[in-house]
Design a protein around this ligand. Structure first.
Ligand SMILES: Cc1cc2nc3c(=O)[nH]c(=O)nc-3n(C[C@H](O)[C@H](O)[C@H](O)COP(=O)(O)OP(=O)(O)OC[C@H]3O[C@@H](n4cnc5c(N)ncnc54)[C@H](O)[C@@H]3O)c2cc1C
Length: 418
C-alpha cells in the first residue's frame, strides 16, 4: 500500500514518519524547494501542553473589535481580510462559548501531552538534534485579570495531569534572573515545569533525512494542483509532472488545505493567522533567559536555541500575505524590550532576522486529523498556534487511523466531519 503525503512541514513529515515506523511506504510532495520553509520554519519552538487553549476564548469578540483600531494590538483583524473570514469568523465566534472553549482546551491538552512524549521518543530513536531543552515555561503577569484567568485554566488542567506552580515576584526573579529589571511591574508568575522547547525547522530536517534513509522519498518543487477522485474514493493527485495514482492521500499542506480539499468537493474551516519572529545570534547579548518566558500582556515569547535568541509575537488576520510588515516587526521588538530592557539595549537591530508565517487556524481551535468522507483521503492540519506541540502526536494518530489500528488517545475530538 502506497501513501502520498502532501506538505513537507511539521504535520506532513510527522505523518510520513509515523507511517514509515508502521511499515508503510510514503512519498512526500512538497511545493517549496526544501522541507519546512513555510510555517514550520522559524516558530517560537515551544512544546507547550500547558497552553493548549484555543485563541477564541470567551471575550474574543470584544478584544478583536478593540484591536480593529489599535495598530499595536497583539491579535489584529485587518478590515480588508474580513470578507474572506466571514463564515469562518462566525464559527470562530460561536466556538468562543465557555463550554466549547473549555472542552477544546482539554482535548488539545491531551493531544499536546501525548505529542510531547512522542516527540521525545522519536528524537531518541532517530537521534535528532534540534536544540531540545526540557526547561519549562514561565508565564509572567502584569495584569490581575490575566493572572486569575491563567490560574483558573491551570486548576482545570491539573485534573488532567498538568503540573504547575504559582510564583511570587521574588520567586520569579530567582527562577529567571534576567527578569529582575522589570520585577517592580510584575504581580507574579506561573511556572509550568513540564514544557520543553526545540527548533522545529531542525527537527523537520532531521525527520526528512530519516524518511529518505528509510527508502521512502520526498519530492520538492512538487506542488499538488488537484486531488483526483473516482466516485467516493481517492485515485491520486495531479502535479505539473502529471498524475500519480495511489491508495491513500494525506493532505497536510498547512493553511493551503482548504483550497486543495475543495478540488475534491470538501470544505475545511481553516484560515491563516500571520505571526512574526525575530532571530538574532546571542553573541554579545550578555546574560540570557534560561527558561521560556511568555508575557501575559503581549503574548510575546522569548526563547534561546543553541546560539540563537528568538523573539515571537503578534497575530494578524490579513489573508495569505506573508510579507513581514515593518510596523509589526517594530511592535514585536518593542514587546520584547518591555520584558527584557537590558538585553534589548545590546541588540543590534540591523542583525535581527525577521520572519512571518501563517498559522493554519481551525474555527474551533482543534486540528483535523484522520479520514474524510472520501475513502483513502485523510487530513492532518489546522493546528493553528500549536502545530509544533501537537506534531508528533498528530502524526501517530493519523497513521493509526489510516491503518485501521486503535489510536493511543481518543481521536474523536479531531475528526474531520465534526
Ligand atoms: C510566529 C509563530 C510562532 C509559532 N510558535 C509555535 C510554538 O511555539 N509552538 C507550537 O506548537 N506551534 C507554534 N506555531 C504554530 C506552528 O508553527 C504551526 O502550527 C505548524 O508549523 C503548522 O505546520 P504544517 O505542517 O501544518 O504547515 P506548514 O509548516 O506550513 O507546512 C505545510 C507545507 O505544505 C506545503 N504545501 C502547501 N501547498 C502545497 C501543495 N499544493 N502541494 C504540495 N505542498 C504544498 C508548503 O510549502 C509547506 O511546506 C507558531 C506559528 C507561528 C507563525
Amino acid at each position: 500500500m502506497r501513501t502520498i503525503v502532501i506538505g513537507g512541514g511539521l504535520a506532513g513529515l510527522s505523518a510520513a514518519c509515523a507511517l514509515i515506523q508502521r511499515g508503510q511506504s510514503v512519498t512526500v510532495l512538497e511545493a517549496r524547494e526544501g522541507v519546512a520553509l513555510e510555517t514550520s520554519f522559524a516558530n517560537a519552538g515551544m512544546l507547550t501542553p500547558s497552553m493548549p487553549e484555543p485563541w477564541n476564548g470567551p471575550g474574543v469578540m470584544r478584544d478583536l473589535f478593540a484591536a480593529l483600531f489599535n495598530p499595536r494590538a497583539s491579535m489584529k483583524v485587518h478590515l480588508h481580510a474580513i470578507p474572506s473570514l466571514f463564515f469562518w469568523g462566525l464559527e470562530f465566534l460561536c466556538n468562543a462559548r465557555e463550554k466549547r472553549y473549555l472542552q477544546a482546551t482539554i482535548d488539545n491538552y491531551r493531544l499536546c501531552r501525548y505529542s510531547k512524549e512522542k516527540t521525545l521518543e522519536i528524537a531518541r530513536e532517530l537521534n535528532l538534534e534540534f536544540d531540545l531543552a526540557e526547561r519549562g515555561t514561565l508565564c509572567t503577569f502584569k495584569d490581575a485579570h490575566h493572572f486569575t484567568s491563567r490560574r483558573e485554566l491551570c486548576e482545570t488542567l491539573a485534573a488532567f495531569g498538568l503540573n504547575w506552580r504559582e510564583l511570587s515576584v521574588p520567586e520569579v526573579v530567582e527562577l529567571e534572573p534576567t527578569l529582575e529589571p522589570i520585577s517592580d511591574q510584575l504581580l507574579g508568575g506561573i511556572w509550568l515545569p513540564d514544557d520543553a522547547r526545540g527548533d522545529a525547522h531542525l527537527y523537520c530536517r532531521g525527520l526528512a533525512k530519516a524518511i529518505e534513509a528509510s527508502g521512502s522519498d520526498i519530492q520538492t518543487d512538487a506542488a499538488v494542483i488537484k486531488l483526483i477522485t473516482n466516485g467516493n474514493a481517492i485515485r491520486g493527485v495531479e502535479t505539473r509532472a502529471g498524475i500519480l495514482e495511489v491508495d491513500n492521500v494525506v493532505v497536510a499542506c498547512g493553511e493551503r488545505m482548504p483550497m486543495l480539499l475543495q478540488t475534491a468537493g470538501l470544505d475545511a474551516p481553516i484560515r491563516p493567522a500571520k505571526g512574526y519572529s525575530l532571530t538574532i545570534d546571542t553573541e554579545r547579548l550578555g546574560q540570557l533567559p534560561n527558561v521560556s518566558v511568555v508575557d501575559d500582556l503581549t503574548h510575546s515569547v522569548v526563547n534561546v536555541y543553541g546560539s540563537r535568541l528568538r523573539i515571537v509575537g503578534t497575530a494578524e488576520f490579513t489573508g495569505f500575505d506573508k510579507k513581514p510588515s515593518s510596523v509589526r516587526i517594530e511592535n514585536t521588538f518593542n514587546d520584547f524590550a518591555a520584558v527584557f530592557p537590558q538585553i534589548a539595549t545590546r541588540v543590534d537591530r540591523e542583525l535581527l532576522r525577521p520572519w512571518a508565517g501563517l498559522r493554519p487556524m481551525s474555527s474551533d481551535g482543534r486540528p483535523f486529523i484522520g479520514p474524510t468522507g472520501i475513502s483513502g483521503l485523510f487530513v492532518n492540519g489546522g493546528h493553528g498556534p500549536l502545530g509544533w506541540s501537537m506534531a508528533a502526536g498528530s502524526g501517530s494518530l493519523l497513521a493509526d487511523l489510516l491503518l485501521n489500528r486503535s489510536p493511543e488517545i481518543d481521536a474523536g475530538p479531531f475528526r474531520f466531519n465534526r
